[in-house]
Write a protein that binds this ligand. Structure first.
Ligand SMILES: CC(C)(COP(=O)(O)OP(=O)(O)OC[C@H]1O[C@@H](n2cnc3c(N)ncnc32)[C@H](O)[C@@H]1OP(=O)(O)O)[C@@H](O)C(=O)NCCC(=O)NCCS
Length: 367
């Protein structure tokens, strides 16, 4: 198959071709002779900017025509028509590929080739796709048919020079107008650190027995303030809870930290940086201690170190401690570490036994 340039000498042949076929998706389904003659006369098929080619098959039969226009533009346009008896034989896509060869061969400045068709012109749409064009626009009710006095959808296909050269079909990125999801960068940090008397580290599933035993022994003291201690969990529940904490630590969703005595290795208590917002970054410190280890300043030591860890290692701008207004021991930890009481949220929560409304103290330190 090839494209064979049409010349004015073949005027009658062109008129015959256009008049003996119907063009259901063109403005004139059956164009009249005088109209075609007028268009030819006005340079509508051949001029500085317009060139017309016959589409010839291997048997040298003229199976169609293609008109290229706006040839001075970086983005020329075309009109491809295959004669009725030759439609559906695969000529369209081959002809369109040859049109692309011709246009991109004209000059480096031809950056793309595009075409528009009526949404229901399925043959032409398949032709575009088979020739490597990408659908770039779908305009609803943008194609008026005067004959039917009806509006159809219009579709636009295009091929870029890069795709043509590389034999690729690059799809349009439709989400480009949406705000890109900002990914927050999280710094690298150790999962263990020490204080004078404590090892503070990320939890392990193997800590379950230590933690469970401490909860069991301290349940009376903890259940007043911590819902998880209201009913004693079983060992498996504690293990499950630790497994979740390990996972959350890895994904940086929540950083639970367990405290152990440096000297004896004994479990002292549980703390951590919760309700994290890495974008700020800000954290909330929570804590509870094994009742038997109370009164020795361990938790103050731990909270001091964890706060410091948040500011220096995690880039915190804000660290909070929230506790029940009546939880005197917890408040004194916050105050000893130098947290400032920013406010008290009135009737902010229910007591663990759900019988009374409680106020919540918000303590914070900022960078
Ligand atoms: C559009 C046109 C250029 C396609 O050329 P073609 O040589 O017929 O293309 P193909 O033979 O490769 O056929 C393309 C596909 O369209 C299908 N097709 C052809 N006519 C169809 C029709 N009327 N309705 C639905 N599908 C049709 C073919 O079956 C083929 O699909 P398939 O391979 O999955 O079966 C040609 O049909 C034509 O000249 N039509 C009239 C002029 C026109 O509409 N030009 C475009 C103006 S924007």
């Amino acid at each position: 198959m090839r494209l064979q340039e049409w010349t004015m000498a073949e005027q009658e042949e062109l008129i015959h071709f256009l008049m003996t076929n119907t063009w259901p998706y063109h403005g004139h389904t059956n164009p009249a002779r005088h109209l075609i003659e007028k268009t030819i006369e006005e340079g509508g098929y051949q001029s500085d900017e317009v060139k017309t080619f016959w589409v010839e098959n291997e048997q040298n039969e003229k199976v169609g025509i293609v008109k290229l226009y706006d040839l001075h533009d970086e983005i020329p346009m075309f009109d491809l028509r295959i004669a009725e008896i030759y439609r559906g034989h695969g000529y369209g896509p081959i002809a369109l590929k040859q049109i692309a060869d011709y246009v991109f061969g004209l000059s480096e400045r031809k950056i793309r080739l595009e075409g528009h068709t009526r949404g229901d012109n399925l043959a032409m749409r398949k032709t575009f796709e088979r020739a490597g064009f990408v659908k770039e626009a779908h305009l609803r009710k943008a194609w008026f048919s005067p004959k039917e006095n009806a509006y159809y959808d219009a579709v636009t296909y295009g091929i870029t020079r890069e795709d043509y050269k590389g034999g690729t079909t690059t799809p349009v990125v439709w989400e480009d107008g949406q705000r890109e999801k900002k990914s927050t960068s999280i710094p690298d940090f150790p999962d263990a650190f020490e204080t004078e008397r404590l090892i503070i580290r990320a939890p392990k599933v193997e800590d379950a027995l230590d933690v469970w035993t401490a909860v069991k022994n301290s349940q009376n003291a903890l259940k007043e303030w911590l819902p998880f201690a209201k009913a004693l969990p079983c060992l498996e529940e504690t293990e499950e809870n630790l497994r979740q904490s390990v996972a959350d630590f890895i994904t940086r969703k929540d950083l639970r930290l367990l405290l152990f005595s440096k000297e004896t290795g004994e479990f002292i208590g549980s703390s951590g940086l919760h309700r994290i917002n890495w974008a700020v970054p800000k954290f909330e410190i929570g804590y509870w201690i094994d009742q038997s280890k109370e009164g020795k300043g361990y938790m103050t030591e731990a909270v001091q170190a964890i706060t410091n860890f948040a500011f220096t290692q995690l880039g915190a701008n804000r660290v909070e401690i929230r506790c029940d207004e009546e939880n005197v021991k917890s408040r004194s930890v916050a105050e000893r570490v130098g947290f400032e009481l920013e406010g008290i949220l009135r009737q902010d929560s229910l007591s663990v036994d759900e019988k009374s409304l409680r106020n919540t103290c918000i303590y914070a330190k900022i960078k």
